[in-house]
Each structure stands twice: as C-alpha cells, then as structure tokens.
Design a protein around this ligand. Structure first.
Ligand code: ATP
Ligand code: MG
Length: 412
C-alpha cells in the first residue's frame, strides 16, 4: 500500500529547520514585548466575506489564492491567507474597540494556493503586528521600528533595505490613479492580459508587475509626489522624521504600492536580494479604510506581516536545544535509581535526559551527542555508597560526589 504523501506546498520540520522556525518566533516575542505589543489569537478560519471585503475581490490573494470551501452547514469558509482581516473582524465583533488604540501581535499559519518554490509555500507562517485606532504618524514609526529591531535581533538587518512610500490620502490617491490610467492607456498595446484587467479594476497594481516587458512602462509611470495634497505630504514628513529620530534606515521607492484598495499613506517593504524572487521578508502599511470596508466605523490603522520561513532561511544556524545533564546509569540497580534522580532533577528545573541503551561507551557517546554539559555516571557499586560521578563533558574533568549534593551542584 502507498503511504500518504504531504499536501503540496506544506512542510514538516525537524532538527535545524524547526530550530530556525522557532528562533524567529522567539525573537519576535522578545521584541514585541519590548515595544508593548500585546499578544492576540484569532481563528484560522473566517467567513469568506471577511477576506473578500477587506482584502478586495480584485487582488491575487482573493481572486486566485484562497482556500475556500463550503462547510457541512453550507457556509462559505476560508482558511486565512493573512491576519489583518481576521484581526479587524475581531476588533468589530469582540468589542476590542473599547480598548483602542491597540498595539497587537500574533503569529501562526496562513494559507495561499500558489505555485510552491523556494520561500513560497501553500501553508506558510507569518508574524503579524498591528496598531489599530491611531491616526498618528507615531503609530507608523512604532510599527516600523518594531520591524527594524526584529531584523536586527535576528542578525539579518545588514542585507535588508526598508523601502518606503506614501500612497497619500483618498484625494491624492484618486488623482494619482487617474494619471496612472492615462499613462497605461497610452501603452495599452504593450500590456499583458493580466495588466489590462488591472487597468480596469486596480491600476496601481500594474506598478507591481514582475513581467520584464512591462517593467519599463511601469518604471516610466508618473510618481505619486506631484499629486500629494499638503496634508498627505505633511503626514509622510512626520513618518520619515520619526524614523530618522528612531535611527531606522529607509530608502524612498516612489513606485512601491500595496495593491489592496484600503491602503492609505505609509506603504513599505523590507526587501533582501538574498532570497531570489522571494525578496520581500516583511511588508505592510496604513490601512485606514479597511475597518469601514467591513462595515465598522472609520478606524485608522497600520500593520505589517512577515514570513517566518523566509526569515528562518536568512538567520545564522541557531543553537540546538540541549539537555544540561544526561544520566548514565550502569547496571540494573542503577537504572532503577536513575528514574527517581531524573524526576528530581527535572522537578528542580534542570533539563535532564538519560542514556540507558547499549554499553558504557555507547551511553557516554549519547550524552556527548546530545550536547549536554554534564554526564552523571553511576554503577551499582557507587550507588551502594550513595556516590555518583559528575563529568563535565567539555573539559573531561570528573569527580565523585554524594548523590545528595548533585542536585545543588547541577541547579547552579
Ligand atoms: P509576494 O510578493 O512574495 O507574493 P505578498 O505581497 O503576497 O508577497 P504579503 O501578502 O505582503 O506578501 O505577506 C507578507 C509576507 O508573508 C511576505 O513578505 C512573505 O514574507 C510572506 N509570504 C507571503 N506569501 C507567502 C508564501 N506563499 N509562502 C511563504 N511566505 C509568504
Ligand atoms: Mg503573493
């Protein structure tokens, strides 16, 4: 019989790969605590309309990439392709509004039906940070500083650039949009099928094209600057001044867009050239229109998401987890006694494992392979005298001690 195969685009991790994954999460948790971003949890599944309405029907995510199914009750359910929409749904349906402004953080799996390749999966994992209920540029600065410090904490800030843009306010964006439509209309005959559809529905998105033939047309498109209202310019200036004050390095990319309709003002991506085509490691922006799109009151908000797998691929190999001590009992009485010593060491917080297979040599090599600091060795004869040998594996220094003192010794 054939054994079951994994679903395409999913991963099962062990060893160094899973250590990388959790090193990213541990760094995220340290940094989000430093910045006062509170943990939240939201469901993996939502009603499909939560994503359709907030991400927008014309985006790739909603039109091509969602895992959507009818459940047994006939409701249309979707596995989350990202966190923001579900967090905003919860903000409205769970009364989180009363707690605003909120600085929130979460992480977990997200699902997109894409062509799997390096750094691109169908089940992937995101870190997510949001500031909801603040229209102040300080919120953008906080959020970007959090991303910046996370990359520093992970030791990968060197190879990563923060590309920053503004999409202006509604007035700015409409004027820019019209100018873009005019520009792309003039080059209609050179546009791909996909871009012609975008021209009708979401022309900003053409700026995002990866098609090499279209790239020059996109690069020649009018930049947003000449359309910025004084208010939008002022807001962007506050963000960039804040970033400078916080020591966050950035570069302006006047053609960077976030395709989603609800984005306003700040848009950004932390980009690396180390991951080939999958170069965006952390991305986000201000989405002042999203909560309204879900039927809520006007609520300014800004957020980002980062791919855990992509960050994990970039960091140095993390230290593997290792026990502090490994017990090496030799003989039947010793093996029996080892169980209670093991229990006692663990109960006082000393991470301890036991090597109880094979001869003495095998047991000792298990202890050193596990990377333990100490091996606690005891045979039946020693036990009769209430003694054990404690060997520091790195130095090879070994001494005999009374069992009673082992606990105090290893606890330190
Ligand atoms: P891309 O242009 O690479 O498709 P995106 O714009 O679709 O990215 P976002 O929706 O902004 O990505 O998601 C934020 C982050 O989540 C990305 O920067 C990336 O690190 C990660 N990410 C997105 N899709 C995937 C995926 N299929 N597999 C792995 N990581 C992903
Ligand atoms: Mg994508």
């Amino acid at each position: 019989m054939m054994t079951p195969q994994p679903v395409r685009g999913t991963q099962s991790l062990i060893g160094e790969e899973v250590d990388r994954f959790h090193a990213v999460i541990a760094a995220f948790n340290r940094v989000r605590r430093l910045f006062g971003f509170k943990r939240v949890e939201v469901p993996v599944i939502e009603h499909t309309e939560v994503f359709a309405r907030s991400i927008g029907e014309t985006t790739d995510v909603v039109s091509k990439e969602m895992y959507t199914f009818e459940d047994r009750g006939g409701e249309s359910i979707t596995l989350r392709p990202e966190f923001t929409a579900g967090i905003c749904r919860a903000y409205l349906s769970e009364g989180w509004q009363q707690l605003a402004p909120l600085k929130l953080a979460t992480y977990g799996p997200a699902f997109r039906y894409e062509r799997p390749q390096k750094g691109r999966f169908r089940q992937f994992h995101q870190l997510d940070a949001e500031v909801i209920g603040s229209a102040d540029a300080i919120a953008d600065v906080e959020l970007l500083s959090l991303g910046d410090q996370l990359l520093k904490e992970l030791g990968i800030a060197e190879g990563v650039t923060l590309q920053l843009n503004t999409l202006g306010d509604a007035e700015t964006r409409d004027a820019w949009r019209n100018a873009l439509v005019e520009h792309f209309q003039a080059h209609r005959e050179s546009l791909s099928e996909d871009s012609l559809v975008r021209l009708e529905k979401n022309p900003l998105r053409i700026l995002d094209t990866k098609n090499p033939q279209e790239r020059p047309i996109a690069d020649a498109a009018p930049a947003i600057d000449e359309f910025l209202t004084p208010e939008a310019s002022e807001f962007f200036a506050q963000v960039t001044e804040g970033l400078d004050a916080a020591g966050v390095k950035w570069t302006r990319n006047p053609r960077l867009v976030r395709g989603l309709d609800y984005y306003r003002h700040t848009a950004f991506e932390f980009v690396t050239d180390r991951l080939g085509a999958q170069g965006t490691v952390l991305a986000g922006g201000r989405y002042d229109g999203l909560i309204e799109a879900l039927g809520g009151p006007h609520t300014p908000a800004v957020g980002w998401a980062a791919g855990i797998e992509r960050l994990g691929m970039m960091i140095d190999k993390p230290e593997p987890e290792r026990p502090f001590a490994v017990l090496v009992p030799v003989g039947e009485a010793a093996e029996k006694r080892a169980i209670s010593i093991l229990a006692e060491l663990r109960s006082i917080g000393v991470s301890t494992d036991m090597a109880f297979r094979g001869n003495m040599k095998k047991r000792m090599s298990k202890a050193s392979e596990a990377g333990a600091k100490y091996a606690v060795i005891f045979g039946d004869e020693e036990l009769a005298k209430d003694m054990v040998q404690v060997k520091e594996l790195e130095t090879g220094v070994q001494r005999a001690v009374m069992i009673d003192t082992v606990f105090g010794l290893l606890r330190k």
